[in-house]
Design a protein around this ligand. Structure first.
Ligand SMILES: Nc1ncnc2c1ncn2[C@@H]1O[C@H](COP(=O)(O)OP(=O)(O)OP(=O)(O)O)[C@@H](O)[C@H]1O
Length: 728
């Protein structure tokens, strides 16, 4: 297939693909290169037919020759009448694996020029027809308990779903279509697919999906354009068009052991003390050295101890007293260094001290705290942390995010809501439905704040702060956290923060975590897969995240690795929420030690024991690189990141990489330096988007003193008052 074909492919109705859990011994035991082919369904099938059951059905796994495009299409037609998905199994695709021309590897170079416009932030599909109906085992969480491993990684996402019980997500009371859950698990069905199967993933062009907005949470309109429509404006809520999303995420485990499960800090945890910290702004309160100094209430202290925290990380030492003092804060600290607790603990302390108002079953809930984050999995993780630290208190945390049934979100909220953790789209929907009032909001937290304020989510955030009832910035406390803070984003943040906000920089702003050993390999486009397999075969079962640039490629590479007998799953924005959570669960519990991901998984996810990150494709910005490699080497543990650098497409990153590597005291390959030199841009400051590596607060006059955070004394107090006028 040539380039033109790829273009055509991109604007075709979306054909989603699904990468299941592949367990090598179960699915690859045979010879002959048999394939498992899930045939596509046409968009008309979706539009015209009754709700589609997009299940893997054991009974459909006819053994035999695999389906070519034509065969698949024919079966599809037949299936249209019965509204079932089709799964042919048999020989035929061998290593080529993908039919329907979409993933056809071919010998032609065209393949690897997969258009970037299928990446997370460039949606072209109609949300209406792209939403995959049915196919939900939804509330199978109870079954999941047994499949979860002990320890933190096992439950911090919603891992280990049970398979296939019909579930309540199809509740009729919400007026939702009953679209799924009737045919049991799709996954076990795979084991019946015969030997040596290669799974071919086709979601069908009519696949319906949950709303998804912005870079990682995009909403797709029927006009095929990106849209910032809220879900209420025709999205998931189904007010205007499209079927409703019916997925109800399983509740997280309630037992104390699960709530407080955690992984161990690593050998480099104490080295955090040697990182330079800079605080800028006026009258910063002194840092604290111990949890005791924070003077938190007894229950919080108990929860901190149960969570296994004995020592503060630098960002916590500085941020906690600042937040306790009621100051606005922008904090930048390396990935995996405890930013979540840095904001949760003092806010919960405030709420405990001041008392809370939410009462159960009030129609309109008025949370005191709103936390927003860019991805569903991340906000869920933050929620679990909030639930952990507020355990045994009267503070109730609630999480709501896209891709799940709106009615479910509302039900969670009306039961009482003090801390609302939300993705922006769902938050705006719920506000639009008047289930959430903003009058009581005292704390607004933007995690991954640079992402929340960039072109993707920025408009939504602006809408949020100008919503009726939302206290002005003078009346609320606003906190922003991230590992990266480009200068232009810092400037924009001024709109959200009081002018006297404090800025905490732990280490180099935008710098990579030093506990991650970074290796950059020069690998051409066409050698990447071979190299990937070589690496993965060497590291055997160590948990590895493989980042690729597009959703299609995520499925392609995941399927390819499965063919190579490497148990792999995938996460990206074209997968249904249930699939995403299952993928994450399978990865967390080690069932699938390899997770192929787009940038949807680049930020914030805290997964135990991720030893490797492989950038199969480098991201387009250095910030994204820093976040991606930060999925390993967390909390003092060490990790490795290997990145494939293709000089043909990545040269623009060479300078940035040299800087990141140097700052993190990593070896810089000579060839990379040469490329960086040959592409040298005068005035380079480290960013594709302007100057990323703001070593200080961008407010020019707020240069602070750097301090080693071990001393625990307050760092820079700006000696001279400055004019803040540019911030008002
Ligand atoms: N003081 C502490 N002692 C022990 N463990 C901690 C401490 N603070 C945080 N952790 C743990 O460290 C891990 C990383 O924390 P967290 O996810 O908050 O990092 P982060 O800085 O937000 O990372 P990212 O930039 O990737 O979002 C978590 O498992 C968390 O529970």
């Amino acid at each position: 297939m040539g380039d033109e074909d790829w273009e055509a492919e991109i604007i075709k109705p979306h054909v989603s693909s699904y990468v299941p859990v592949f367990e090598k011994d179960r699915y690859f035991s045979g010879a002959n290169g048999d394939t498992f082919n899930r045939a596509p369904t046409s968009s008309s099938e979706m539009d015209d037919g009754p709700p589609r059951r997009d299940h893997f059905m054991r009974s459909r796994f006819a053994s035999g020759r695999s389906l070519g495009n034509r065969d698949a299409g024919e079966i599809n037609k037949r299936e249209n009448t019965s509204t079932m998905g089709v799964f042919g199994v048999g020989k035929g695709f061998g290593n080529r694996g993908f039919s329907n021309n979409e993933f056809e590897e071919g010998d032609r170079p065209g393949f690897w020029r997969e258009a970037n416009n299928d990446c997370e932030d460039n949606q072209t599909r109609s949300r209406g027809f792209s939403r995959r109906g049915g196919y939900q085992d939804g509330n199978d969480s109870e079954a999941s308990g047994s499949s979860r491993r002990g320890g933190r990684g096992s439950f911090r996402g919603r891992g280990g779903f049970g398979l296939g019980s019909p579930n309540s997500e199809c509740e009729q009371d919400e007026g939702t279509q009953r679209t799924s859950g009737l045919f049991g698990s799709k996954r076990p069905a795979l084991s019946g697919s015969g030997n040596g199967d290669v799974y071919q993933s086709r979601g069908g062009s009519g696949s319906r999906r949950g709303g998804y907005k912005g870079l990682n949470e995009e909403v797709i309109t029927s006009s095929g354009k990106n849209s910032w429509k809220s879900e209420a404006e025709g999205g998931e809520s189904g007010d205007i068009q499209g079927p409703k999303v019916t997925y109800i995420p399983p509740p997280p485990p309630e037992d104390e052991d699960s709530i407080f499960a955690h992984y161990q800090t690593g050998i480099n945890f104490d080295k955090y003390d040697t990182i330079l910290v800079e605080v800028s702004g006026h009258d910063a309160p002194p840092a604290i050295l111990t949890f005791e100094e924070a003077n938190l209430c007894q229950t919080l202290n108990k929860n901190i101890a149960k969570a296994g925290y004995t020592k503060l990380t630098p960002v916590q030492k500085y941020s906690i007293p600042i937040i306790l003092a009621g100051r606005d804060l922008m904090a930048c600290a390396q990935t995996g260094s405890g930013k979540t607790a840095a904001f949760l603990l003092p806010i919960l302390a405030h709420m405990m001290r001041d008392g809370i108002t939410a009462s159960r079953f009030k129609e309109l809930q008025e949370p005191e705290c709103i936390i927003v984050a860019p991805t569903r999995e991340l906000i869920n993780q933050i929620y679990l942390e909030a639930r952990k630290f507020s355990f045994g208190t009267c503070v109730r945390a609630v999480v709501i995010y896209g891709g799940t049934q709106l009615g479910h979100s509302i039900r969670q909220i009306v039961q009482g809501c003090n801390v609302l953790c939300a993705t922006p789209g769902r938050l705006m929907d719920i506000i639009g439905k008047e289930k959430i009032g903003l009058r009581q909001v005292k704390y607004l937290i933007l995690d991954e704040a640079d992402r929340m304020l960039d072109m993707g989510f920025g408009p939504e955030m602006k809408k949020l702060i100008s919503c009726p009832g939302m206290p002005s910035k003078e009346q609320r406390q606003t906190l922003m956290f991230s590992a990266t803070f480009p200068e232009e984003i810092q400037r924009m943040a001024g709109e959200f923060l009081k002018s006297n906000y404090l800025f905490v920089a732990v280490g180099q702003v935008g710098g990579a975590c030093r506990d991650v050993q970074q290796t950059i390999l020069q690998v051409g486009q066409y050698s990447k897969r071979e190299k990937l397999v070589e690496i993965l075969q060497n590291i055997v079962d160590e948990r590895t995240m493989v980042f690729v640039e597009t959703k299609k490629k995520a499925d392609f590479i995941a399927t390819f690795l499965c063919q190579e007998k490497i148990s792999t799953t995938s996460i990206h924005g074209d997968r249904e929420q249930r699939e995403r959570e299952q993928a994450l669960g399978d990865f967390r519990c080690g069932k699938c030690p390899v997770l192929v991901a787009t940038s949807v998984a680049a930020r914030g996810l805290d997964i135990e024991n991720v030893q490797h990150v492989i950038n199969f494709d480098l991201p387009s910005t250095i910030d994204e690189y820093v976040h991606r490699i930060g999925r390993t080497g967390r909390c003092g543990n060490t990790g490795r990141a290997i990145s494939f650098f293709d000089p043909d497409s990545n040269s623009h990153l060479a300078q940035h990489l040299v800087k990141v590597l140097t700052d993190a005291q990593q070896d810089v390959p000579a060839w990379l330096e040469e490329i960086a030199f040959s592409t040298y841009i005068p005035g380079f400051s480290g960013s594709t988007r302007g100057s990323v590596f703001a070593s200080v607060d961008t407010r020019k006059n707020y240069h602070g003193k750097s301090t080693l955070n071990t001393a625990g004394f307050s760092s820079s107090q700006t000696p001279n008052p400055v004019d803040d006028e540019s911030w008002d």
